[in-house]
Ligand binder design. Sequence first.
Ligand code: TMP
Ligand code: ASP
Length: 240
Amino acid sequence: MTPLYEGKAKRLFTTDHPDELLMEFKDSATAFNGAKKAEFENKGRFNKALTVLIYRALEARGVPTHFVRDAGDIAIIVKKVSIIPIELVVRNVVAGSLAKRLGRPEGGKLRQPLVELYFKDDALGDPMINDEHVRELGLASPEELGRLKQFGLRVNDLLGDLFAGAGLTLVDFKLEFGRLATDPSTVVLADEISPDTCRLWDAQTGEKMDKDRFRRDLGGVMESYAEVLRRLEKELAPKS
Ligand code: TMP
Ligand code: ASP
């Protein structure tokens, strides 16, 4: 295995299969474009386990992802893709940067799911963009961008139901997509889906159960990730 790429929360390695990579989840957490950093024991393990559960659930419901198979405690095998440099955020409830941008308090339900696009570029701090910027930057064709948004809304429906069953409100989340190395016209979900990339609030108490606990110094970060994993495992366990 040869290291190929190291990001803030994951590492990618080549494998002996030319179209597959190994994706390893690190214990590092960053926020505010890397300005805030910390290590959390077991974070890689929790996020790996959650991503596997979620990708399997999505695949079973017809959503294609880059997931191939589990590869131990902190790693998975994924299909080789070229990442589309668009971060697609879907929101159901006002929180985070939307609360600031619109001057609305956190917690208000949105009339309908809201889709936002961000340009995945660390040097620029991932600025928010719109369809016209996507066209100008040549990031995706209008048809492809339309598909990404449809994907986002479908994933929102599926994950919203899944988390609701686990007593969690899916406030918002971020998706990334890749074009398959073997067939660039096929776009699949890539990266991870975990409490690093979703806002999840306890449906009863409203307690934050995601990376906002780190971003906002609320404490109990890994306890929340472990609880999300426990609830999702229970929700997805075969019912007898
Ligand atoms: P925001 O409110 O800060 O824009 O975040 C919206 C959602 O996107 C939230 O669920 C967290 C997730 N997110 C990421 O996964 N990566 C990022 O770099 C940022 C800024 C947000
Ligand atoms: N992932 C981003 C960073 O590392 C920001 C965030 O999730 O808040 O800085």
